[in-house]
Design a protein around this ligand. Sequence first.
Ligand code: IMP
Length: 497
Amino acid sequence: MAHNIILQPSRTLMEFRLLPKLTTSQTAIDKISLKTPLVYSSDSQRKYNLNIPIVSAAMQSVSGSRMGIELAKLGGCAFIFCSQPIDEQVAMVSTIKHSKAGFVKPKVVPPYMLISELHKLRLSTDYNVFPVTDENNRLLGIITRNDFDRTLHGSLQVQDRMIPRANLVTGVNTINLKSANAILVESHQSVLPIVDENDKLLYLVFRKDIEDHLNNPLQVVDHQKRLICTAAINTHDYKERINELVNEGIDALCIDSSDGYTEFQKNVLEWSLSEYPDVPVIGGNVVTADGFRYLVDHGARAIKIGMGSGSICITQEQKGTGRGLATAIIAVSDARDKYFSETGKYIPLIADGGIVNSKDLVIALALGADYAMMGRYFARMEESPTETVTINNRIMKPYWGEGSNRAREWQQRRYHQATFAEGVEGFVEYAGKLKDNIDRTIMKIKSTLSTCGVSSIPELHQHAELELVSSLSIREGKVHDVFVPQNNDYLGDNDQF
Ligand code: IMP
């Protein structure tokens, strides 16, 4: 006989509804914050917070550098997939880390560089502005593409054409973006060099980045004001991969596996903790309290929950393993709360796989998750790495599982593993720009929190009341017994977010 047989069925997110509670002026939609911790951090460790409770899945058809940049600007982050060679993954991370988020570490040039060489550098880097510094990195001037003509000035040196230091307005180290903007507006410059007390160059602030920043007030940045970037790792080439990702400034790592309750993950966690104690590693996926405790005891600083619930997932069918996502979140949240009472350490939980719409997402949060990882949602966006195709007059994007034959091809070549498919390949309906979709999703989540009488995710955890619903009740909750001509206001089951 089996060790344990649970006769209560495992539950899915769509089987729950939230009960309304008193909405006050303090819980009106405009008062709600969706800020949430990415990982656990002790008092002495760097804090990582997301401004929206949404991250994109570490999948080839979801999280490339474009998604990484756009999602971090909107308050979340993308987990760059690891089913690719290390140098390619690192290049994606590098693109995100060097994208503009206010304070940019510039490419500097020496004063004696020939203008012809500068022209070549400009073409190879795509930069238009180069600060000129001496051997001690002290600012001597700035040269932009408007300051020279390649044919007329090719044999001159940079110092002959640069705007000299004396004519430049600069900011000091302690300046924030708002004050940098104020100085820029007065200076007539399009770029502001930030220097330290010895006139050594630290950053450049571009006027167009400030505008971008003001348009994206929720963007998540690291301590150097670069966009946050997270990446997946595996349990095979993790040593080399982590070394390279850390060198590139990765903010957090996530071990990518459908089953995280393994000694292999323990090995990764222990190695990473000993080599890079400050780089947080997220473990998973788990669906039980034991799985949670095992990974956290070995150093995981957040835990991803879910097995078998992803839209492209066939793990349950293939292996008979898995758990309804709601039941998994309930079990793991309970373990997390007990761990918190024991140790005072709050381990964030990530609901992963099978979140179909905003209501599922908010139910996952209410049950105890701190944020959600999604694949299908993001695969539909303009910013996912795939091209659109038209099928039966509908605009679609391809979407495939990391365990599908298509994604496994690379892994099999690399690790010579004989495995079987745990995912499928398909298409999802194109949904347009990420920002429009995220704005709508966030508005719906805030509206739910308001109805539940809470103004933050921690308050939701504390006060949410949920109820299981019957299938008849689910039917009652949809439009019923009226004829709705097709229009864009109500798409029924097609209104997926
Ligand atoms: P979705 O948001 O429902 O599309 O689920 C995305 C999640 O499915 C990912 O974050 C992974 O946890 C999981 N996943 C990705 N690829 C596969 C696969 O091939 N098989 C099973 N699960 C997968």
